[in-house]
Design a protein around this ligand. Sequence first.
Ligand code: ZN
Length: 250
Amino acid sequence: MQFPKLNLHIHSNYSDGKQTIWQIVEKSIKLELNYIAITDHFTNSWKAWVSTLNNNETISAYLDEISNCQLYLANNNINLMVLKGIEVDLASSEQFIKKSVQIDKFDLILFEYLQSYESIAFIENIIYYWKNQMNDPIRFPVLGLAHFDPSYFITSDLDTLMKFLKKHIIYFEFNPSYPSFYSPRYERFFEKLRDYQIPVAIGCDSHNLRTLDNFEEPLEMIEYYNLERNFEILINILDLKKKGKHKLAI
Ligand SMILES: [Zn+2]
């Protein structure tokens, strides 16, 4: 099956990535990628020693830089969608997330470290807050789980987790930097993703240009678990967003 080339988890030098946003976009054009997301870190937890998008000036410079790339791609008719993403550490404080992440400015929100049922309540609370601010399902950002580790949930009630993902259309990411998270010992988890038709994506967690198209293994795993339909659902969501943007531009 022929799938578009997609990497929805890339870090630039706005956090702990090696390259600038322009370098990422240039290289993605050369590699003929179809969809990428720049998803720099956002946290005020104990992990905040990593350079992050931790203040409004940095966030707006970051978003402006991605906007310039989007404009360049549109003006040159290049078939590459670049999403404005952010990777939100769930150990950040709720107030900090609500204050700093202006939801109408982003195309994609990745949540990292969903490791407990308490975190589900934490995310839901924030999603409802954002939905109150922007109730447009096309413009509302795509939501995903960064390098989700099924081991925290595999021995308990997976249905609660699946219903949560389904309700808010939150995708699972195949991330080749964490291959143990898609190991066959989690087969039951992947069966549930299939049953519930939860979207799945590929995010390489790229911190340098060499890993931008590191999606051979994730694609194999999508086929191995028969999740092609789930991947298509994700691509349809991205295409709807693309069309919505065109409409806004006209
Ligand atoms: Zn990351």
